[in-house]
Design a protein around this ligand. Sequence first.
Ligand SMILES: Nc1ncnc2c1ncn2[C@@H]1O[C@H](COP(=O)(O)OP(=O)(O)OP(=O)(O)O)[C@@H](O)[C@H]1O
Length: 252
Amino acid sequence: MSGPILSVRGLVKRFGGLVATDGVTIDVRPDEIHALIGPNGAGKTTLISQLVGELRHDAGTIELEGRDIGALPTARRIGLGLGRTFQITCLLPEYTVLDNVATGVQVRQGHSFRFWGNVRGETALRETALSFLETIGLAGRADEQVANLSHGEQKQLELAVALATEPRLLLLDEPMAGLGHSESRQMVALLMALKTKVSMLLVEHDMDAVFALADRISVLVYGRVIATGTADEIRDNADVRAAYLGEGDELC
Ligand SMILES: Nc1ncnc2c1ncn2[C@@H]1O[C@H](COP(=O)(O)OP(=O)(O)OP(=O)(O)O)[C@@H](O)[C@H]1O
């Protein structure tokens, strides 16, 4: 078996006296959806921010396909294959759906937000961007202004923009947030279909989605991973059940 896509060892982040991630060790294997769950304030977003380089860690290591990326700036990490979607929608609302995906393509090509150039380049860029929209089922909305999309379509578009950077590992920060039941089911189906194309670390409060998608689940509580295992192992874990007692999230 080949090594993990992502290997995190002993990651620590302190905010003054608060230890937000407290020696987190976790890995994501090739073609795996690894879900990270935990009560509010457990440190999930802090961990994602450390992985992408928006927050510097105080201790520990982060390796992407065996390469230590812990000291690299965010743009370099993206260039090496780290992709992410955001908890709060982060699209350019006044531009079209296609323009937004084109920004992802251009990031991959080493340009940042250059937008449309000469006609030949424009055609190639348009075709590449369209192919990502086809993958996520939004090609029919390519020329629509983003502001006119539903919340569910915007979440799908975020995914297309992230995919356009051609990541080896996709960090998904609450892709189901704010989605209705049928939109959530659509997103689950989409992520399931993408599984063979890209490995994913999924932060999500929607337990139906987590248990439907995840090959393995890690549970973070007060900055520490208290358990990692399959859905069945996590469901039966007494420490995990105790951590969720009284929380809004319900383990199914
Ligand atoms: N910039 C910051 N400065 C100080 N404390 C912070 C900062 N960011 C997060 N924290 C604290 O770190 C802890 C972990 O927060 P974090 O947002 O990572 O949790 P989370 O698991 O993502 O929560 P949620 O599920 O509610 O999004 C919390 O106690 C939070 O208040």
